[in-house]
Design a binder for this molecule. Structure first.
Ligand code: OAD
Length: 243
């Protein structure tokens, strides 16, 4: 099925998964490909628990650099279009982002889960204190930040080998959506890369699926509709209500 729009019926629940591509036009680098973060940093040195044990200062330098890069960036038309869709269909909309920036919420999205954590939050690795807002950059000192309890403060990020956040809610929303869309992700990092399989496994034609990005993804065949283009150009004109 190829169509120029994604049709949303009056009872349809919509699940959207976003990746680094939706924030690219806001100036936040993606991870893979030309200019990608992983061209300059090695995942195993900065984004897993072993790295944190080995060299926490390096890990904080990396996330401080990420905070510095993301801080001046503004939401783009892609983020805003998703917030507008939520405004139209309310609790029938669910947004799951792999992004750790805050551009979706700054555009107005509320029903969202940051499955890989949040760049502008930190947490204590020792005590039960809830993660807190933190825009600090900890790259010019030798000591890493400490919680009131004395424990080390770490970025509120899901590192490789850790369990993503909000998986129960995500599973529930995957189970009940009628429309499932993926925007700007290379589809190589699991479990997010497997969400399209999960919805397709619910039965042929049960869930209408689409992908948006400048290149066809490896798994283009898994999607009912593929829109080749930039999120900021495609998403604002993507949805049509059948009401
Ligand atoms: P990637 O860098 O792997 O992929 C970015 C995708 O965005 C690519 O498929 C690009 O084609 C697409 N893209 C680029 N510009 C775009 C635009 N203007 N509009 C739409 N799409 C565009 O980033 P992710 O797939 O998000 O995890 O990476 C997944 C995870 O891997 C990240 O959350 C991060 C990373 O390692 C952790 O750090 C845990």
């Amino acid at each position: 099925m190829k169509s120029e729009r994604v049709i949303i019926g009056p009872k349809d629940r919509v699940f959207v998964l976003t990746g680094a591509g939706i924030s690219a036009e806001s100036g936040i680098p993606t991870f893979r490909g030309v200019g990608g973060v992983w061209n300059n940093y090695r995942i195993e040195e900065v984004a897993n628990p072993a790295a944190w044990e080995r060299d926490p200062e390096l890990v904080w330098r990396f996330y401080s650099y990420r905070r510095r890069t993301a801080a001046p960036c503004e939401p783009n038309a892609g983020h805003r279009a998703l917030a507008e869709l939520e405004g139209l269909i309310g609790e029938r909309f669910f947004l799951c982002t792999q992004n750790v920036d805050d551009l979706h919420e700054r555009a107005g999205s509320r029903r969202l889960v940051h499955m890989h954590g949040e760049l502008f939050r930190s947490r204590c690795e020792r005590c039960e204190r809830e993660p807190w807002g933190d825009r600090g950059e900890y790259d010019s000192m030798n000591a890493i930040p400490r919680c009131e309890c004395g424990g080390r403060v770490r970025p509120h990020i899901c590192w490789f080998g850790e369990v993503p956040f909000g998986m129960d809610r995500i599973a529930e929303e995957l189970e009940r959506c009628a429309v499932f869309g993926v925007i700007g992700t290379s589809g190589v990092v699991y479990p997010a890369a497997g969400f399209v399989h999960a919805v397709n496994a619910r039965g042929r034609g049960k869930v209408r699926t689409f992908y948006v990005g400048p290149e066809e993804p490896e798994n283009a065949g898994e999607f009912g509709q593929v829109f080749v283009g930039k999120a900021g150009e495609v998403v604002p004109v993507l949805f049509r209500s059948s009401e």
